[in-house]
Write a protein that binds this ligand. Sequence first.
Ligand SMILES: [Mg+2]
Length: 260
Amino acid sequence: MTNERQTDPDSPFHPVSLSPTFPVSERRILLWDIDGTLMRSVRAGSFKDYTIPMLEEVFGTAGRLPEMKVSGMTDLQIVGEALKHEGFTHEHIRERVHELRESYMKAMRKFTGNGEEVFQLLPGVRQALQAVHDHPRYQSALVTGNIEPAAWLKMEILGLSEFFTLPGAFGDESHDRRDLPALAAERIRKHLQMELVPEQFIVIGDTPNDIECAKHFGARSLAVDTGRFYTTDDLIACEPDALLPDLSDLELVMGRLDGL
Ligand SMILES: [Mg+2]
């Protein structure tokens, strides 16, 4: 893993003007998960429609992927788990990550390009992203298990790209989600040229892995109970700093964030 990776050329991320008067120590950076937090597939399990052909193309087999529960895992981790009994190590997979990325995007463009609605926004997402975008305390970045071009394709399809004004971290960078907040934070500090401590970052996600990766870095966490695969009790057991049923009540969302 390296901190010096190149920004994806398709990334819409661009520098933004900051409110110069808002004190640095009061700022909060929101690190958003995508699947189960901002959006979901219209049809449960459709992720496998494009990832199984992708693995078959690159490695000749999809291994255990058809029967796996993948929510909260990074894409590299999913590939590693799917193929570990086929004799492929993380090293083997990392060596072919460029090929994997190309094949993944080819399969995903085919999946999303047939004119059908394949992804849907979760309740309140757009208004919540707009509200934090308009508030001087917050800026948003993506921290997701998706490989970077897949993350940006989803944001483009849903019309959300403009809200993510800071560099993030993605699922083609590590098989361990706990690595991702630190990678994003380093890029964000550099980009903003600001000293930001881990407590100024808030991970927003729908799975225990999101809460775990926040704790690992020392960030706060806001859990949203909109994932398909974990119960409210699963999330509570991980002790997030805040928990919401979804993002539909804007006053509640802003109130919870204000306390973090
Ligand atoms: Mg998720």
